[in-house]
Design a binder for this molecule. Sequence first.
Ligand code: AMP
Length: 194
Amino acid sequence: MNLVLFGPPGAGKGTQSKILQEKRGLPQLSTGDMLRAAVAAGSALGKQVEAILAKGDLVSDEIVIKIIAERYDRPDCAKGAVFDGFPRTIPQAEALDAMLAERKRKIDLVIELKVDESILLARVEQRIRSGQSRTDDNPESLKKRLAVYNRDTAPLLDYYRRQGKLTTVDGMAPVEAVTAAIAAAIEAKLGAKA
Ligand code: AMP
């Protein structure tokens, strides 16, 4: 099964992807994590994207499509994956559909974690207080990331709604309740297939 976890920065995509990875054995494919790892390693890619991440802009579609295809072809994705933070633009979504089609696969379900913007800022502030913040966790960058989300990424909701793949979950509920709602959406999808 191939899932996309969708939502604005701070919606809980990373938390829920990790839970899905543990419970269902579907690897979490987070382009944000991959790019941060490249920055930390000081690789050529890392040097190319470092300033873009710090500002809260999107790196090019070409770069993320390439790293996601390379990652998806590793053997642990044989049964599918959870895409976290990818796709973020319509061309990325189209490229993902094409990449999966070439491999006789498809996106089964897109789960939107819906969260009010006021709560997102509070969550990122919490991440800073708890010492788990990232270099792009500051109010300036968050504002930029939210604006980019609304402009470039939110249109994907319609893209997936039209394909009949979109399920929306209340991302403001406690973590366990969000996990349960996601599990119910997956079970409903699996049931519909059988
Ligand atoms: P995230 O951890 O998903 O919030 O991503 C952190 C940062 O990495 C974003 O603000 C972007 O600069 C970059 N990034 C992550 N995923 C993508 C993507 N799919 N397309 C473009 N840029 C991305």
